[in-house]
Unconditional design. Structure first.
Length: 79
């Protein structure tokens, strides 16, 4: 199961990586041929972040439903 703490850590690491890539491009420390690959890496990391956020929200909703109904994720009643 996902942990909100790990998601927050990933979010901050993602921001640092994107800022570093932006600085590399801004100060022209990488050739222009690397702009597209850097963009694709940033896009991939962003999509992973969105996916993790959706999974975390789904997990939270399942846990809320489980605690309200006294039913586990599989639909079986708890003892």
């Amino acid at each position: 199961m996902l942990n909100p703490r790990w998601f927050n850590i990933y979010g901050y690491v993602f921001l640092v990586v994107v800022v570093v890539m932006l600085a590399l491009v801004w100060f022209q420390l990488v050739p222009q041929t690397m702009y597209v690959p850097l963009f694709l890496v940033a896009l991939f990391l962003y999509l992973v972040r969105i996916t993790l956020r959706l999974l975390l929200e789904r997990q939270r909703r399942l846990q809320e439903r489980e605690s309200k109904q006294g039913v586990d994720v599989t639909g079986e009643k708890k003892l």
